[in-house]
Design a protein around this ligand. Structure first.
Ligand code: FES
Length: 134
């Protein structure tokens, strides 16, 4: 049984100790149109809905020029890909891999849909106290 907890004051959902930011209503992410958003931790993300109905979230930054444009890219639901609108780099919407790009891939963020809302997992807090403060 998973531990779900919703904050009363901020749009954050906690599941098993992981934090998910509420982004938008489910119906706002259509298979024909991706959605751009920014996480409270600063990452620019693009959310896509695959033909299966599953939502996937990746960094919105095209790896070519590090510009936040992938939410405006051309989605091919038959191949589950998005093509950057600027110079045509193509990414898998299953795992973020650059098609024909070796090991390069977009950062992926876990998505939860609950009660008609889309939540995206925030990156782990990697801040560590300096040793002299521990
Ligand atoms: S900026 Fe995306 S392919 Fe060039």
């Amino acid at each position: 049984m998973k531990n779900h907890r919703m904050s009363l004051w901020t749009p954050i959902l906690e599941i098993d100790g992981k934090r998910y930011q509420r982004i938008c209503r489910s119906e706002e992410v259509l298979s024909s149109r991706a959605r751009a958003a920014q996480l409270e931790t600063g990452e620019e993300i693009a959310i896509f809905r695959l033909a299966s109905g599953e939502c996937k979230a990746f960094s919105n930054m095209c790896l070519h020029l590090k510009l936040p444009v992938l939410a405006d890219g051309m989605v091919d639901l038959d191949r589950n890909t998005v093509t950057c609108p600027l110079h045509g780099w193509c990414y898998s919407l299953e795992n973020g891999a650059v098609q024909g790009g070796g090991n390069a891939r977009l950062q992926e963020f876990a998505v939860v849909e609950q009660d008609g809302w889309i939540f995206v997992q925030l990156p782990e807090d990697t801040f560590e106290l300096p040793e002299w403060l521990r």
